[in-house]
Write a protein that binds this ligand. Sequence first.
Ligand code: AMP
Ligand code: ZN
Length: 439
Amino acid sequence: MAEREFSFWDKKAETMPRNEIETIQLELLKKQVENALLTPFYKERLTKVGITSPNDIKSLDDLKRIPFTTKHDLREVYPYGLLAVPHSEIVRVHASSGTTGTPTVIYLTAKDVDMAADTMARGLAAAGCNRYDTCQNMMTYGLFTGGMSFHYGAEKLGMTVVPTSSGNTLRQIKFMHDFGTSVTHATPSYMLHLHQAMKESEYKREEFKWRIGISGAEPYSEQLRNKMEQELGIEVYNCYGMSELNGPGVAFECQLRQGMHVWEDRYIMEIINPDTLEPVKDGEEGELVMTILCRDAMPLLRYRTRDLTHVITEPCACGRTHRRIARFTGRTDDMLIINGVNVFPSQIEEVLLKAKGVGANYLIVVDKKGDLDKLTVQVEVTPEVFADDARVLNNLRDTLKSEMQALITINPAIELKEPGSIPQAETKAKRVNDLRPKD
Ligand code: AMP
Ligand code: ZN
């Protein structure tokens, strides 16, 4: 049998021997440290551990001397505390949810934007996309990186990009049909929703050219991938990323679809035990920690992603030498991902604490409505508000709804409850009830 041909974007870089990857990592790490020392935040952190010049990084082992960076740190330096180039060099800003109202921000130079697009193009090529494809990007355009960062990578690969952004399912389907869309980018939950709507539409499946679905931004299981592939008649590729690391495309599945290749000449990956903060043994599960190697505007060293995974130790038969990580199994914090949007319970609490008339207890309920996630916030009101007329309750509901939407960008249902009606936890309050099936 003839050997299978796999598609590449930059075959030389993607298949280079490990020692070459490590040489590049060391060289770029030094450059990142040099850059980081230009920021007051890292200058203080690095000086404390005796790193005052890039020459203090002599081998990749020296990475371990560098303290971790967390989402909390990024909030502390909001908005531009990690700027390592003159502001005039910045051409783009993105942001993601912080644990409270302060988002985490990233900024990019023109070179950084191009580098991120190139990294994304690698992933898309690995998934078998090419310049003859028409790609519909159904992720939200805006501060969220799933829109523009993906878009630039898809254009870089030479695909025809249709920037529909999220929502408006019937229009999505019409465009998929009319433009001959062959590749889609959407969250797994939206893919299923889309499929359902497609079945109910005037079009037949054979009238679509849909062949590849790139799906990420939220966890999903292998079973769900199989279900999507069977029901939609496409290949589904897992893609991982986060705003802080330039968005989606940090790790991507190749055509063998057995774990996601992390582009190790552009990121140094570590897997640590989240309790001891020590590295785990090769192949053991732990928290992914990433150091970005190719961003001038904003260094990020040993960033704790909070995402749990493990390294797949066997080499991949596609020929890529960049190691793979397995599907994520969870997070080490309480961040919820609702239809691809990050939501921290603390953000919801922040709105509730500010509002007048809110009582002692609340509960965040996440469930499925059809294929999409649904967020409901049950809120006890004070006895006074409860005794008041319906207008007061309606006003409170509307205020909570609009303030939460402004902060978390998704529209929650608000259920106002009688005082004392939400069961009080005996020990630690249970604030989140996630009823979504795990598969
Ligand atoms: P954001 O910064 O809004 O892009 O969100 C990043 C977070 O989304 C990550 O830290 C993960 O928790 C989650 N995420 C992104 N891609 C995936 C994926 N393929 N599988 C599981 N979780 C993902
Ligand atoms: Zn591979």
